[in-house]
Design a protein around this ligand. Structure first.
Ligand SMILES: *[C@@H]1O[C@H](CO)[C@@H](O)[C@H](O)[C@H]1NC(C)=O
Ligand SMILES: *[C@@H]1O[C@H](CO)[C@@H](O)[C@H](O)[C@H]1NC(C)=O
Ligand SMILES: *[C@@H]1O[C@H](CO)[C@@H](O)[C@H](O)[C@H]1NC(C)=O
Length: 147
């Protein structure tokens, strides 16, 4: 009875950890890599509605970018992988190169100081990856102990 009473307190923690563990175990990278281009294509379709000369103007497309990020996250978790992960990062970097490769070179396209906005977009997923990697390591130790 006492253990049951303690469950509600542990539940948020368990949910948090299991977000990492359930995902890693069933990850189907093949399927993830098949689904990601759909997100990329949706993003590309959106970007093509934006004037090319505005492609370096983040506020013009940040909604689509968020949509794209959400899409990769949903698809990744849907196939049982954790998000972000190195494959996702490669994919997102590819998208960046496709659309924003000229932005850093030609600074005149920037209307606002870009780095404050764009750097978090790039750095946060990377930090999250480190956090997730830590979590996975922790989980592996944890399940190893349990087995
Ligand atoms: C992963 O997904 C692919 C494509 O949908 C499928 O052919 C394959 O059987 C899946 N692999 C596993 C281990 O589920
Ligand atoms: C992302 O874009 C698609 C296609 O326009 C749309 O159907 C979907 O609702 C959008 N999702 C979000 C979270 O904005
Ligand atoms: C970048 O500039 C090159 C040369 O002007 C052009 O061919 C290419 O399409 C541009 N790429 C993007 C993403 O705007």
């Amino acid at each position: 009875m006492q253990t049951r009473a303690q469950w509600p307190h542990l539940l948020p923690l368990l949910l948090l950890l299991c977000g990492g563990c359930t995902c890693v175990c069933g990850c189907n990278e093949t399927e993830m890599l098949q689904r990601l281009p759909l997100c990329g294509k949706a993003f590309a379709d959106m970007m093509h509605k934006v004037d090319v000369w505005k492609w370096c103007d983040l506020p013009e497309f940040v909604v689509y970018y968020n949509n794209f990020t959400l899409c990769t996250e949903e698809e990744t978790i849907d196939v049982g992988c954790y998000w972000p992960n190195p494959l996702i990062q490669d994919f997102i970097i590819g998208i960046h190169q496709q659309f924003f490769s000229n932005c850093t070179v030609d600074r005149t396209h920037w209307e606002d100081p870009p780095d404050e906005v764009l750097i978090p977009l790039i750095v946060v997923p990377i930090l999250l990856t480190f956090a997730m990697a830590g979590l996975v390591t922790w989980h592996n130790k944890c399940s190893g102990g349990r087995l």
